[in-house]
Design a protein around this ligand. Sequence first.
Ligand code: HEM
Length: 136
Amino acid sequence: MGSENLAYALIQVVHNFGAAAVLGGAVFILWPMPRLEFAHAFARLILLAWGAQIASGILFGLTSLYYYGETPDLSKLAMAALAIKVVAAISGLLLTAGYLLRRRSWPRWQVKRIFQWLAALAAIALTAAAFLRWFS
Ligand code: HEM
């Protein structure tokens, strides 16, 4: 029980900070005024954070498999919420990687649009997380 709770808690620490970084990083670039001069540095942090979300999300599942021999039996709504999170995380990762690879060819308005999308994807994933938690 102790080691199981510790495993879940440590994974949750990574998952929580990753969630804070994907939303907070994108919002910092946009609000209260656009700060696109920091976009490159923050995109690297945000890329790392989307990666951490995917890795820690997978680790949640693997931990359940290790301790129970199966993943939790989710309701349809919880499954939909999880699917939304997975799609948001993969989209966020690809969008951020695309920005980092091609950023020099994009005008300011397009960079701003990318960070707006990143903030929206993070907000969608955080909303889905609440439904996953309470409709499991
Ligand atoms: C591949 C993507 C992801 C997977 C597989 C995944 C999986 C999970 C799992 C299994 C849990 C535990 C659920 C529970 O305690 O009932 C969880 C919790 C959570 N996830 Fe994710 N997640 C992913 C992406 C994200 C993203 C992108 C965010 C936010 C930006 C996020 C935010 C959260 C939060 C805030 C919780 C805690 C919810 C609570 O206990 O109240 N997750 N996630």
